[in-house]
Design a protein around this ligand. Sequence first.
Ligand code: NAP
Length: 540
Amino acid sequence: MSSNQYDVVIVGAGFAGLYMLHRVLATGRTVRVLEQASDVGGTWYFNRYPGARCDAESLAYSYSFSSDLEQDWTWSERYAQQPEILAYARHVADRFDLRRHIDFDSRVASAVWDEPQGAWVVATSQNQILQAKVCIMATGCLSVPRRPDIDGLEHFSGNFYQASQWPTEPVNFKDQRVGLIGTGSSGIQAVPVIASEADELTVFQRTPNFSVPAHNKVLDADWVDAFKKRYAEHRENHRQGIGSGFGDLAVLPQAGPIDPVLFESLTEDQANSILEAAWERGGARFMGAIGDTLMNPVANAFVQNFVHQKIKRLVRDPETATALCPSNHPIGTRRICVDSNYYETYNLPHVRLVNLRKDPIVKITELGVQLQSEHVALDTLVIATGFDAMTGALLSMNVMGPEGFTLAEAWSEGPKTYLGLMAHGFPNLFMITGPGSPSVLSNMMVSIEQHVDFVMGCLEFMGDRDHQRVEPSAESQSGWMQHVQEVANSTLFPQGGSWYLGANVPGKPRVFMPYAAGVGPYRLACDAVAKAGYRGFEFA
Ligand code: NAP
């Protein structure tokens, strides 16, 4: 083998790429990782905007593959901040001696299948070329930032920042008039922190999102010790749950799964007190408090109304409060946000909400934002306008299979995969948390580990039988995609008009991309496929 030939090439050194690398190395295969950033961490490398923290609880949003690692690492808060999560990724890279297998600042420009060689030829923008029998895309679901198509953005002469491409050096908001565009999870986390420093903050909101309080806190050492003693049970509970794999950290695993309470079995008072308790406990699990919130429009409307009342109580100015109440989508069908003092921030005298539905942005000027009614002068403009989610990174790399068509062509009507792991026509190309798997609807750590374990199982299966090539059959792929859509259509998700559907990117096909049945049922489906000799995959 020449020095640029490997058994496996992995694209991305975020949490998926790091664990994939660790597992491949353990089998003695040759492997190289290509990473566009200058360090490990993926999304947690780039999203260093003020207030960035995980919306999954620290003790669940961490690797489970090494008991020593989970016992040794100490999380300081219920919801870890970005620097702590990045430090964890760095720690993992060092602890398992992964760095020397990674090329940083290496952005993949193309991946082309070479039929005679039976290998992927992967080229980077830095003119590096690698060849590998297997290519594993660990490129993340939210890794291609989206710039809004607002007139004049490039003419702004003040300080300009994008949340998902935040600079590594500190950013100062003191004595600044700051404007922020975008009120999804990123904007909602950034607003209170920017407001605590800036002279003035103007938030330009096109569509409000539902947000629940995090009630973040410093973790109690005794509680953590007790939790860590039963870590294996907790992890199992996260993996097998019908939900999204976040588990219920307050519930002991031996108590068994909690039966979801259905709305129709509750009186109005009971429903309100369940929601009140979930609101007080905080976090995204609020969405699971009433079990059919995402299936039953009546239940959903009740929960929406509950949150509207909360917003109206938290925000003093009635016009601002009304503008902050989402009314264009069922709650939870766009990713629920988890905040620390977001709504309360609008009570501060130097913070103002501009409702773009009533007063749209005409253009960005050199000195600020020109609304229909007035010009808002700014020193600093922050945009938190989201991502080309789930398919953006995969389609940006010019992936070409043996038939001479690209992944972008194959997915021109929306992504098509088998199990969210592979696409027909693209042999030996695996995706970690690809479209068609629970991915963004789940605890990413749970889904990443499950996919990596599945890929390793498949590679071992091939090695044992001397198979050189694997891809899903067209039939198994179309059957799976049909199932993914059926599951989505049995929920309210398709009504959300969110990035789950590609609705935030003009021209992107509207297809509900993640698999909405929950991590437990999905794992069972994958295990059954593996047990049946990787049913639905074709080997050669
Ligand atoms: P997002 O949810 O897609 O929100 C983008 C925001 O930008 C929306 O409010 C959108 O308004 C607005 N926007 C886009 N174009 C605009 C325009 N031309 N004019 C005015 N507003 C515009 O993006 P995000 O906040 O970065 O979050 C994306 C996902 O990343 C989240 O859903 C979550 O999964 C993940 N995330 C997680 C965490 C965490 O773990 N804590 C933190 C941040 C992000 P419209 O709705 O009107 O388009």
